[in-house]
Design a protein around this ligand. Sequence first.
Ligand code: NCC
Ligand SMILES: CO[C@@H]1[C@H](O)[C@@H](O)[C@H](O[C@H]2[C@H](O)[C@@H](NC(C)=O)[C@H](OCc3ccccc3)O[C@@H]2CO)O[C@@H]1CO
Length: 346
Amino acid sequence: MRMKPSRNFLLGLCSMLALGFLYYSSGRISLRGWGHKSLYDKQGFFLKLDGSLPLELMYKYGNLSEGACKPGFAAAKMTAIYPKFTKLAPMFLDPNYKRFAKIGDYLPPFGVKLQERVIDVLLSATKSYGLGEEIDSMSCKTCIIVGNGGILANKSLGQRIDDFDVVVRLNEAPVKGFEKDVGSKTTMRITYPEGAIQKTERYEDESLFVLSAFKALDLKWLRHMVFNQRLPSDIRILNPYFIQEASFKLIGLPHNNGQMGRGNIPTLGAVAITMALHNCDEVAVAGFGYNMSTPHAPLHYYEKIRMSAIKESWTHNISKEKEFLVKLVKAGVIQDWTGGICGAGC
Ligand SMILES: CC(=O)N[C@H]1[C@H]([C@H](O)[C@H](O)CO)O[C@](OP(=O)(O)OC[C@H]2O[C@@H](n3ccc(N)nc3=O)[C@H](O)[C@@H]2O)(C(=O)O)C[C@@H]1O
Ligand SMILES: CO[C@@H]1[C@H](O)[C@@H](O)[C@H](O[C@H]2[C@H](O)[C@@H](NC(C)=O)[C@H](OCc3ccccc3)O[C@@H]2CO)O[C@@H]1CO
């Protein structure tokens, strides 16, 4: 005679199976433990990076003539190596900024929380919120982020830099007297109070002043400067989402409860590159690279401070940031015109 399993036995078996399933899917037993290797690193970047184009992009861009701007190229390449990437993130704050939910719950530098009043005042004093009609209407735009690194000196890249539709400069990096190496066009200059050009007359004509607010005080400073006409008339506020995304997602710096802390601030250059990935069709960089093996080399192209000075900076994590930039260069998401990001080894 066949014995029927008891009801209790079946119930026990089912609950064990259910518990086992929950345990497994909660990630406590990871596939890795069973001999499966993840294809992605901790940040979510594909581990195997090379410059080759995914097949669908080869078809998309195959017929374009050499050197022509490739619409959507940077975002498509970025998505190929970092599937979590979603392109939509406006460059600057505009009167609809409260609808961009990602920045509402974070204090500066990662968001706008508690800064809404000063931001509203600043935005009502600004009449436009883009790059200007000509550039905004382009169906494909190329951007170059000019970092301040000494590696820019004596490479005569000025003309090639000026060929980009959008030239982004940072902090007080000068153009006058350095045109041969850094070009003469400045579409925008992104900065914060301590890094900004101090004399109004030194700002380039036709260039947008863009504040990247790292502290609540930075926005108050901007309000003061705007209302006392101490800045060029055309100003913008960079979307703080780029600081948040660069820090927590792309570089993988400590979240620290969403507050600024030791080593969780990306450099301004990394923030600008993040902005460009969302807003430019093609992205190049020049003047990037902190090379610790040459401590006596000049840190900047325009002054004599040495590379070793960067060791004093405790807000940034230069080595983790480099890992992020190397991924972008290796995969061909961005082009590095001075080669300082990979140095000898990419
Ligand atoms: C001492 C100190 O705090 N230096 C910081 C300075 C300083 O605050 C300003 O120059 C104003 O004086 O600012 C920074 O950067 P800084 O203004 O030097 O440079 C702008 C961006 O260029 C990239 N860079 C620079 C030099 C170099 N050898 N390699 C590079 O890759 C970086 O991406 C950098 O962001 C900043 O704002 O990020 C970062 C620097 O750490
Ligand atoms: C893009 O970063 C800029 C620069 O490269 C950094 O060195 C600098 O870091 C300073 C940081 O902005 C200060 N933060 C605040 C809130 O004032 C920090 O002050 C100490 C501190 C740290 C953590 C929490 C509260 C206060 O000092 C840093 C070094 O000078 O920031 C620049 C952009 O502001």
